[in-house]
Design a protein around this ligand. Sequence first.
Ligand SMILES: [Zn+2]
Length: 249
Amino acid sequence: MERNLTTSAVVLRSRRWGDLHRMVTLASAELGIIDALAYGARKGKLSGRIDLFLVGVFFLYHNPVRGDYAVVDVEPAVASEHIRADLRRMYIASFMAELVLKMHGGDSQALFNLLSQSFALLDSPAAGTADTILIQFIWRLIEVSGLEPDLVACPICERPYGVKEALSFNAAMHAPCCAVCADVDVTNGEMALGPGARRYLLYTAGLPLEDAVGVTLSETATERIRLYMLRYASIIAGGALKSLGGSLL
Ligand SMILES: [Zn+2]
């Protein structure tokens, strides 16, 4: 295997490594999710250059004997400084990173594309609202993970949904379903997906991400779909997500 590698990647996690270095977790288009040691990222040549949520081209050194990676250099494509300057966007990006690390599945190129586009949108104050970016990210991540929900017919009994039918949810299957096949109590509305929300999801699924985040939703609809997606995310991640603890999301 090549010792020097070049890959497009996103920084999902960064932690101190001694006094001088940082250990970063990258979502790489070619290598999947990897840890890489960034020598001198705290004090030295790479200092201040490998920030959280940065998207860029990474020049890595791979030690095939130990199986580990080191960052030699980076060429940023999205610096993500607006994300880090805005507390709410910062929370959303942290949530996205945590969810990806919990799910650890799916095609690495598709995952990189989704992450890099979402961070680029989140870093640009003009593009969509933070809420629609979050909604679209979760929905598309579910699809990248191979759990694409069927919004046309119930995946359990195969009955096609009516136009005005509200969908229920089967937590064991990790999927929306009809009311008869549901295994969660949806009487409080928590995992119910109304016909308007279903239309929105079906419509935006066919659009490129940057267009989908621009599709306008009412404030009430946004709030309802946002909460639905956050609950959906915790069900498929199989447990409590740390970054869901804050109300800022
Ligand atoms: Zn059913």
